[in-house]
Ligand binder design. Structure first.
Ligand code: PEP
Length: 252
């Protein structure tokens, strides 16, 4: 019912040449798994070059951030209209944006709306810190992030949600499949409270946080988990292909 979805977040890694080389290493194999939605999110500077390489494939392309204004005096920012010509997706609300660039739920909400208006599909990230997790506040935190980020957003817009516990990102300390599944079930219930059960049931929710070729199966076999947002492991061609291959096998 929900098509599996695997996205690669390369973060602030790869020059244009390195990005092209990485795509070259994975393209042929990646192209074979059309039962999985695959999206590569390189740095802005490589969107055009990577986009050219993906042209005759069904592999999607995404940016890692954007500002919510269409244009104007916002030095250093990139607008939804600029991205729309280059890619179909945009990661918004990543914990690194929240942590290092002080992005709030209200700002992320403006970005999500602007992305949708421009025809971009947001990959909307949420997740709790270790302290919040240990204090038993995960549900409260996620509920505030979901409701704040999606205020006034229509259920039909095709948005993809990524649950990424901050303590699991880049740490090698992934959540367990069972725990991630139950938290994602909670997120789906929260979506149901704002969009209704049917829309919540058709929304794709990914897990992210130290996903590798060695642990993807544990996540992807869970009923609530529709795929993964992959950081570090997506910079290794063979490992990213393995993550997509296993997803195609488990979810088919
Ligand atoms: C991410 O950056 O979204 C992420 C999940 O990173 P990693 O896979 O490296 O933990």
């Amino acid at each position: 019912m929900r098509r599996p979805f695997i996205a690669a977040n390369w973060k602030m890694n790869t020059t244009v040449d390195e990005a092209v080389s990485l795509v070259n290493q994975m393209l042929q194999e990646l192209n074979g798994f059309n039962s999985v939605d695959r999206v590569l999110c390189p740095p802005f500077i490589s969107l055009q070059a990577v986009g050219n390489m993906l042209k005759r494939t069904e592999i999607g392309l995404g940016a890692q951030n954007m500002y919510f204004k269409e244009k104007g005096a916002f030095t250093g920012e990139v607008s939804p209209l600029m991205l729309k010509d280059l890619c179909g997706y945009v990661i918004l609300g990543h914990s690194e944006r929240r942590q290092y660039f002080a992005e709030t739920d209200a700002l992320i909400n403006q970005k999500i709306k602007a992305a949708l208006t421009a025809g971009l599909i947001p990959i909307f990230c949420i997740g709790e810190s270790l302290e919040q997790n240990e204090a038993g506040k995960t549900g409260d935190v996620l509920s505030v992030q979901v409701k704040g980020g999606l205020a006034g957003v229509d259920a039909d817009d095709g948005i993809v949600i990524a649950y990424e516990p901050i303590w699991a990102i880049g740490t090698g300390r992934a959540a367990t499949g069972i725990k991630a599944d139950s938290t994602i079930g909670f997120i789906r219930d929260t979506l149901g409270s704002i969009w209704g059960k049917d829309r919540a049931d058709s929304t794709r929710i990914l897990y992210g946080g130290s996903v590798t070729g060695a642990n993807i199966e544990e996540f992807i076999k869970q009923p609530q988990i529709d795929g993964a947002l992959v950081g570090g492991a997506s910079l290794k061609a063979a490992e990213f292909v393995s993550i997509v291959r296993q997803t195609a096998l488990v979810k088919s």
